[in-house]
Ligand binder design. Structure first.
Ligand code: G3I
Length: 354
């Protein structure tokens, strides 16, 4: 049996095991009339959650139910990353990613592919391999052709290159830049297009949402890609911010306008709003967080080619932020018990046009 077919079948088998052995997955959960998903669908907008992991997906019925009820698009947290998909130089494994994709398809959800080229989540055999530029280029090409080919027709977009810029808007010093030179970004997009003639291809980054040196650098990068005929469809603005340092909605709107004026699509791909370090009573911080989520979504909805907003995680229990910043926080739409927070209501209002 061809590898691709075997992997796909394994993913389906894993999914079916999940389906029959873990009660609580209502086949084809129908979104309630006032869910974010229903409100988004009513205006043709993709509202989703990223950083979706197979362990809660297979073990937690509430995680699955909220994901399928409230969202129409998801992004796997790690399952499609280099280290997960190609654990050895001559071995690809897609079982976990196939199971996440199978869940999405079973619930009529889109999947954002994330991510093909990044300086993190790289396997040891690659980072310690002492490969020369030609060999690294061949490895990256094989990785992209194999992974994009495997998911052809099953993902709605690819984050082809993730976080390729530094804080000043120049190219980040990564293994890929050092080995392949500045052209690695163009080349990665061309290899992805070679593997799938249709899938929309995105450049994804953080800290370039408002106006400033990094977003100016991103604008120059994608404008140059378009001028060179590179098949880029859009830009993913990650939107990892805190109440204290989040870019002003007006600046985000201005940045979105200049990017869409190039003909590009925008998606807010990984939004979370940290509140822990902001002084004041919790209720006031949650209200301010809600206002910020609301204002950012309104800014996106006001730009015709801003087509999606995904948070990075579903509930505050699942967020990557406490582990990364070393203390608790409440950055998402649902609290640790999956109760909707003011930020959830705020997004619902924005989707309803209020
Ligand atoms: O699954 C293993 C587990 O078996 C093991 O015991 C444990 C301890 O080593 O690690 C687990 O894997 C971790 C994985 O998350 C699943 O939890 C990896 O070590 C850890 O590195 C990985 O972190 C992810 C990180 O990207 C790197 O891939 C985060 O969950 C994820 O939120 C984060 O997401 C990134 C986006 O891709 C790009 N934008 C920034 C965002 C936040 O850093």
């Amino acid at each position: 049996m061809p590898t691709r077919c075997r992997n796909f079948c394994c993913g389906i088998i894993l999914w079916l095991i999940l389906l029959v052995t873990t009660p609580g997955i209502p086949a084809g959960v129908s979104p309630s009339t006032d869910s974010l998903r229903a409100l988004g669908a009513a205006r043709g907008f993709w509202i989703g959650a990223g950083d979706i992991h197979i362990s809660p997906l297979s073990a937690d019925a509430q995680y699955r139910d909220v994901l399928a009820r409230e969202f129409n698009i998801l992004t796997p947290g790690v399952a499609m990353k280099f280290s997960e998909v190609q654990p050895d130089i001559d071995r690809f494994t897609f079982d976990t990613a196939d199971a996440v994709v199978a869940f999405a398809r079973a619930h009529d959800m889109r999947v954002r592919g994330h991510t093909l080229v990044w300086h993190e989540a790289l396997p040891q055999w690659l980072t310690a391999g002492q490969f020369g530029p030609d060999r690294l280029g061949a490895i990256l090409k094989d990785h992209i052709l194999t992974e994009v080919g495997h998911f052809r027709g099953r993902v709605s977009a690819w984050d082809v290159v993730n976080e390729g810029l530094d804080g000043g808007g120049g190219l980040r010093d990564t293994i890929w830049l050092r080995a392949l030179g500045p052209d690695y970004i163009d080349q990665a997009f061309r290899w992805a297009r070679q593997a799938d003639p249709d899938v929309p291809l995105f450049y994804n980054d953080f800290g370039a949402e408002g106006m400033g040196p990094k977003s100016d650098g991103l604008y120059r990068l994608v404008r140059g890609m378009l001028e060179r005929g590179v098949p880029i469809r859009g830009v993913g603005l990650q939107m990892h911010v805190s109440l204290d340092d989040g870019p002003r909605p007006a600046d985000i709107a201005a940045n979105m306008r200049r990017l869409t004026a190039l003909g590009l699509e925008i998606q807010i791909t990984e939004m979370d709003v940290r509140i822990q370090d902001t002084p004041g009573p919790l209720a006031e911080k949650l209200a301010a967080q809600a206002r910020y989520y609301h204002d950012i979504l309104r800014a996106c909805l006001a730009v015709p080619k801003c087509t999606a907003l995904l948070t990075w995680g579903i509930s505050d229990r699942d967020s990557w932020i406490p582990g990364f910043f070393g203390h608790a926080d409440a950055p998402l739409l649902f609290d640790a018990a999956f109760a909707p927070k003011p930020a959830y209501q705020a997004l619902a209002r924005a989707l309803a046009g209020r």
